[in-house]
Design a protein around this ligand. Sequence first.
Ligand SMILES: [Zn+2]
Ligand SMILES: [Zn+2]
Length: 182
Amino acid sequence: MKDSISLRDPDTGSTFADEMRLIPRWSVAIAAAAFVAVQYLWWIVFPAERHHPPPPLSLRIYFALSWSALAALYVLMVGYVSRDAPRRAMSLRFWIAICLIMPGGIGSVLYFLLRQPIISRCAACGTRTQSDFHFCPQCAFQVSACCGQCYRSVSATDQYCVHCGHDLATDNAPARLRAFQG
Ligand SMILES: [Zn+2]
Ligand SMILES: [Zn+2]
């Protein structure tokens, strides 16, 4: 019930807040350090080397804040990818390198365009399954809740199918499905 209002990812059922919790502490710490470092460069180091008159103060504050925020976001993004790539069976080293090398955050945009579904394992036989699977491809074990009428994904806490209005209580879905939902 708790996340009935917030937006859910249709594939994984996870909310934006769940995704944010994925960002590791080290990347939050480095992001804060990067923010401070850019402020330091901007206000302390650069003015000493400048020989022509500086732009107005408001403009300088604007640039200082946007460059600092950008540097911090960059680090947070790398932290997120470092946690997100493994659960999708994507090469961690490859994607971290792409995110670091590609200029202006293009690497992270590419990552979100090309990332694979989250991989989990069938609880019955251990076969790799994707988050959008309803049944295991090897043993037909039901790995996620779905509507008994239209067979689209539903949340285990839903009373009626959000796609076709089917009464989910009449499906007699196995209780174990609740373990797979958040
Ligand atoms: Zn299976
Ligand atoms: Zn349905």
